[in-house]
Design a protein around this ligand. Structure first.
Ligand code: FAD
Length: 306
């Protein structure tokens, strides 16, 4: 029985509840391990049953299809949402949300994690996709990503085997890592110790970063963040600017709309389906390619069939 997925998972969990875009059908099986032992047992049951497996973090970069996912969707449970500080190290479980980590680090006078203050992903998902944003280095705002201060991580492979990896064991590039099928359950970041005066400056920088986001991004709408990576386009314009230059802000399919605030965001006005979001993404890509020759590469991941 312990080898069967029924012992660890329940059927028909709506993925719309677990994604920030709030679309998508049901997962055939939904598993939420609370400990590493449970995770290993679930992975063995998945292998034993020959199920397709999809890992989900905070669901802030995923757009599931309306037909959901035929297989097991695995989300690290609250048992993985822990964090602690040891000297200049921030150590976190894979399910902890990044904004919480920024706040916690600054409470302990550790800086350099400011970039993550407005990224609504989990630590594990954000390392897997090497999330990044503008942050603060003590002097100026600068781009940083999950890999910048990562020291080591613990991950499970699909057979349920535990691995400890150092930063240089993994390849990271713009919004990508070589982690592949590994599931990140724990990570250690080496951060910058601050005195109280410096910590105040870093806290002020976080306020500025969050204000800037509220002013320039649809932070109150249901979305999956930036849909496309920034292409190289002559003067290196960002994807949002490129889409805006073609008059596509406000372009819609059903309840999915290119955000009038930031054209790299597709937002769900409340009644969008997974198909609306996918079709709008494809339409924008086609128009951009036809009009400019630029092939937009996706940052969001589409899950399952339309
Ligand atoms: C309003 C908004 C603003 C955003 N701003 C930014 C930004 O500034 N910069 C940026 O980079 N992104 C941004 N994003 C996108 C998103 O928050 C990030 O990509 C985030 O890192 C995704 O993490 P997640 O836990 O939500 O992953 P999910 O969306 O749940 O999953 C994404 C991928 O990670 C994998 N994954 C999830 N958890 C794990 C794990 N524990 N181990 C291994 N793989 C895992 C999944 O299988 C999937 O392939 C934004 C999103 C929103 C909605």
């Amino acid at each position: 029985m312990h080898n069967s997925i029924q012992a660890w998972a329940h059927a028909n969990e709506a993925l719309a509840r677990h994604t920030t875009m709030r679309v998508g059908g049901a997962a055939q099986w939904w598993a939420e391990p609370q400990t590493e032992a449970e995770l290993a047992a679930i992975l063995q049951a998945v292998q034993h049953g020959g199920y397709p497996l999809q890992v989900l973090g905070a669901g802030s970069n995923l757009v599931p299809s309306d037909s959901g996912f035929a297989g097991v969707v695995l989300k690290l449970g609250d048992g993985f949402a822990w964090h602690r500080v040891e000297e200049n190290r921030l150590i976190t479980g894979g399910a902890t949300l990044l904004p919480k980590l920024t706040k916690f680090a600054l409470q302990h006078q550790l800086g350099n994690f400011e970039w993550a203050c407005g990224v609504p992903g989990s630590a594990g998902g954000s390392i897997w996709g090497n999330a990044g944003a503008r942050g603060f280095n003590g002097q100026a705002m600068e781009s940083r990503d999950a890999a910048t201060d990562l020291e080591s991580l613990i991950a499970y492979d699909r057979a349920g085997k535990r691995h400890r990896l150092l930063r240089h064991d993994v390849e990271f590039s713009y919004r990508r890592s070589s982690l592949g099928e590994l599931i990140v359950v724990e990570a250690t970041f080496a951060l910058k110790p601050l005195n109280e005066e410096q910590a105040q400056e870093h806290r002020a920088a976080v306020k500025d970063l969050l204000k800037k986001r509220r002013e320039t991004q649809p932070t109150n709408a249901a979305s999956a963040g930036c849909v496309w990576k920034n292409p190289q386009y002559g003067d290196c314009r960002g994807a949002g600017e490129l889409i805006e230059s073609l008059g596509l802000k406000g372009h819609r399919v059903g309840g999915a709309v290119v955000s009038p605030i930031h054209a790299n965001f597709v937002v769900n006005e409340g009644h969008a389906t997974g198909a609306d979001v996918r079709n709008l993404i494809k339409e924008v890509e086609e128009i951009v390619e036809r009009e400019t020759g630029v092939h937009l590469e996706r940052e969001v991941r589409l899950l399952g069939e339309s």
